[in-house]
Design a protein around this ligand. Structure first.
Ligand code: DGL
Length: 270
């Protein structure tokens, strides 16, 4: 057993969609969440930058005694997960990958859409996912330019968010897509709007519950699960505005948490 926290990070509020699933599945696990909003969005950044940010955030989380690190960011997983596992040998990491496997299994039309960021699509991880799971289905992709910034700004239903999603989804629907994958952890927060645009028949896949189950598997394998039933706490940190983060936390998770500030000192988080 281990009462040590699970560390989770994302470029911003996106990882809260994974934290939500973790809290539901493993309420006794205490969590430490880092939103690197001082650098969001990551999606168009060079791989080396994302690796440097991810390394520093991991160091910070390990200083908080994290027993496992969840890279709750498809972009950081694509750019840095392999690098982090090499740099921090022995530390258990759970990352994200676009959920093409369930999408390919569930589609009836044989046409699947993936919404992610440019860095996720460019990474070797995505190429490997395509090779492993996309056999026999047509995969359509869109980077939804500006959507992460809209969600970071708290606009989940406005005209601009609707325009970005319509621009991504309309061509996919026209080509017969009946399943769409949330390949960015920010995007589950606009699933209601995606359903409005795509219709109730559109299958939307959010990988967060599967990621939470993987975290449970890894903790069980290593004997690191927290004991007891009592709901544990969460500490939130942001390298951006704590006031803005707290507003998003309330809007997205209905939680009244109060986040703590982090600052970048070169490539160290303090
Ligand atoms: N939410 C992250 C992802 O899953 C990053 C989005 C971004 O910062 O561009 O890719």
């Amino acid at each position: 057993m281990s009462a040590a926290p699970i560390g989770i990070f994302d470029s911003g509020v996106g990882g809260l969609s994974v934290l939500r699933a973790l809290r539901a599945l493993l309420p006794a696990e205490s969590l430490v969440y880092v939103a690197d909003q001082g650098h969001v969005p990551y999606g168009a950044r060079p791989m080396a930058e994302i690796q440097a940010f991810s390394e520093a955030i991991t160091r910070f989380l390990l200083e908080q005694d994290a027993k496992l690190i969840v890279v709750a960011c498809n972009t950081a997983s694509a750019a840095a997960l392999h690098f982090l596992r090499q740099t921090f040998a022995g530390v258990p990491f759970v990352g994200m990958e676009p959920a093409l496997k369930p999408a390919a299994e569930q589609t009836e039309s044989g046409v699947v859409g993936v919404l992610a960021t440019p860095a996720t699509f460019q990474g070797a991880l995505y190429a490997s996912v395509l090779e492993r799971f996309a056999g026999g289905v047509q995969v359509l992709q869109d980077t939804c330019p500006g959507l992460v910034a809209q969600i970071e700004a708290g606009d989940l239903q406005g005209a601009e968010t609707r325009r970005i999603l319509h621009s991504a989804l309309a061509p996919m629907l026209a080509q017969g897509a009946d399943t769409v994958v949330m390949g960015c952890t920010h995007y589950p927060f606009v699933i209601p709007l995606i359903r409005e645009i795509g219709g109730e028949g559109l299958r939307v896949i959010d990988p967060a519950p599967a990621v939470a189950r993987q975290v449970r598997r890894v903790l069980m394998e290593r004997g690191l699960l927290a004991g007891g039933e009592k709901k544990a706490g969460v500490r939130y940190y942001t390298s951006g505005s704590v006031q803005a983060f707290d507003l998003r936390l309330s809007a997205l998770l209905g939680e009244g948490g109060s986040s703590l500030p982090l600052a970048w000192d070169g490539l160290r988080l303090v």
